[in-house]
Design a protein around this ligand. Structure first.
Ligand code: GDP
Length: 536
């Protein structure tokens, strides 16, 4: 799903331009333990959305105690809810979309990025760019959204900052432009130097930070304050960045080609506020979204939005679900009637919920960039467009590359119909990806998922909602590729035990692989074919 960000300065004001311009909707992408919870909590503290440190942590340990719904999930010990945290800060209206990580990593994590207008990539300075960060970064790149980098844990010894920039460039293929630069690290950490304003935000362990105004990185005042060794190093590194580094380029940032980089330490709350202020200044407000009938401007009068995630109730006694709607234009009002484009029905948006820090409260009005949760009795699918006075659809959400595969068997042949119905429903909902074998006289069903948790949820829902018991056998495949080009003989793509040809739910040819080796072998043997990570 594409977005287009453009500076509205000089353009005529729309009815809701002011509301839209205030909004920043973003996701934080990181590998587990980089400090996402800690950073989120500090951001919420600035916004006054929570009063005490520890609230978000509590949320993590004792997830979503805020409602019955979530209580049920908690009892199950699993949760697939990723919430939306909303707060105000100095005139900005901020929506942080939480991307579940750890064992909760799933297709929803990716889909959430489709609802974000930018991303904050959080990196642990000692660990650098880690696997989950890479995956999420790639999903951001696919959408071309701007990515802002926060290098965390500077209060601990980590990799050399220049080396970290190199790593971002080499591993992610992303150019970078440090907005500030660390003075020392670990035990020597003294703060960050703001390149534009030529000032140092001074850090002193256990004390309040203060600002040191300078006339450049080689200012004598720095020497007096932090000593010769750190001052020399700072001057040297800033000179290097000025001469050899990528210059600040707003267009490149908004095109997702250059990442602004900030350094800090979330746990000591150092560098977080300067980061937030700069981020709010540089990150785009909600932009126009592409539909099958052209671009939809966010400040236009008519309401529109799309469903990016459906949260099923884990309790079989309650079939209701929550559909998360990202608003793309107009003004949302409680109880309004909108067009549900896929079915052609008019739907009344009753009882919506907006997600704030921990409590859910009813929303009265919301604008482009905001997310509302709609109670759903089975009407919605992931990717559905809702709009007022039109019949357009936003682009489909892509299917994301599964990394886990299971062979599925119905334990009780008598319940064949329920088995089929359940699978169809859950595949439509986007809970799981379905594949079917079609060669060698074997007719088997495979399901694929981005994260392990999806299988547990799938099994639980098949039992709870359709009363179907499943046999699930793990398969050795590690990734899938959609085949583009004309395949005359699919058996030429099969290496026994290492690759397998299947069809997806839309009848497209997919090859499953056990290792990269067989992918490169197939690529060499079949130069006429392209093996795609994402379905076209
Ligand atoms: P998440 O898994 O990304 O949500 O990470 P958490 O926010 O739970 O943080 C993981 C661990 O790193 C916790 O023990 C935090 O206290 C610690 N941590 C987070 N930020 C910092 C930091 O700036 N410096 C140090 N030293 N530790 C941090």
């Amino acid at each position: 799903m594409n977005g287009r960000f453009c500076n509205r300065k000089g353009r005529p004001m729309g009815r809701y331009t002011e509301e839209v311009e205030k909004r920043r909707t973003f996701a934080i992408i990181s590998h587990p333990d980089a400090g996402k919870t800690t950073l989120t909590e500090k951001l919420l503290l600035f916004g006054g959305a929570i009063r005490e440190a520890g609230s978000v942590k509590g949320r993590k340990a004792n997830k979503h105690a805020a409602s019955d719904w979530m209580e049920i999930e908690k009892q199950r010990g699993i949760s697939v809810t990723s919430s939306v945290l909303e707060f105000q800060y100095r005139g900005s209206h901020i929506n942080i979309l939480d991307t579940p990580g750890h064992q909760d990593f799933s297709e929803d994590t990716y889909r959430t990025l489709a609802a974000a207008d930018s991303a904050v990539m959080l990196i642990d300075c000692a660990k650098g760019v880690e696997p989950q960060t890479i995956k999420l970064f790639e999903a951001c790149r696919m959408r071309g959204i701007p990515v802002f980098t926060f290098v965390n844990k500077l209060d601990r010894q980590g990799k050399d900052p220049l080396e970290l920039l190199e790593e971002i460039e080499e591993v992610l293929g992303m150019r970078s432009c440090p907005i500030n630069w660390p003075v020392g690290m670990g035990a020597d950490f003294c703060g960050v130097y703001d390149r534009e304003h030529q000032r140092i935000y001074r850090y002193e362990r256990g004390q309040d930070s203060y600002v040191l105004e300078t006339e450049g990185a080689d200012d004598e005042r720095i020497r007096e304050d932090v000593g010769d060794a750190l001052a020399d190093r700072l001057a040297e590194e800033i000179e290097l960045l000025d001469v050899a580094g990528d210059p600040f380029d707003m267009d490149a940032i908004w095109a997702g080609k250059l990442t602004p980089v900030y350094f800090g330490s979330a746990v000591t709350n150092f560098g977080v506020e300067p980061f937030l202020e700069s981020f709010l200044d540089l990150a785009p407000a909600p932009g126009a979204r592409e539909s099958d009938q052209g671009w939809i401007e966010p400040d236009q009068e008519k309401f529109s939005g799309f469903v990016f995630k459906i949260q099923a109730n884990m309790n079989p006694a309650h079939r209701d679900r929550i559909a998360f709607l990202r608003i793309c234009s107009g003004k949302y009002e409680r109880g309004m009637a909108v067009n549900h484009v896929r079915t052609g029905k008019m739907i009344k948006l009753a009882l919506p919920q907006q997600f704030m820090a921990q409590d859910r409260s009813a929303v009265e009005e919301a604008y482009a960039g905001d997310v509302v949760g709609l109670f759903d009795t089975g009407n919605f699918q992931v990717g559905d467009t809702l709009c007022e006075g039109g019949k357009y659809r936003f682009e489909r959400l892509p299917q994301f590359p599964p990394e886990h595969f299971i062979r599925l068997t119905n334990k009780n042949a008598m319940r064949y119909k329920q088995f089929q119905k359940g699978i169809n429903q859950l595949v439509e909902e986007g809970a799981i990806q379905l594949y079917r074998t079609f060669m060698e006289g074997i007719d088997e069903l495979y399901i694929g998922a981005v994260g392990e948790l999806q299988f547990q949820v799938f099994e639980h829902r098949m039992k709870g909602e359709y009363n179907v018991d499943l046999l699930m056998d793990r398969l050795p495949y590690r990734f899938a590729r959609w085949v583009s080009g004309e395949v005359k003989d699919p058996s030429s793509l099969v290496y026994r035990g290492h690759t397998r040809c299947v069809k997806d739910s839309r009848d497209r040819l997919v090859v499953l692989f056990t290792s990269e080796f067989y992918l490169s072998t197939l690529e060499q043997d079949h130069p006429e074919l392209t093996f795609l990570k994402l379905a076209e």
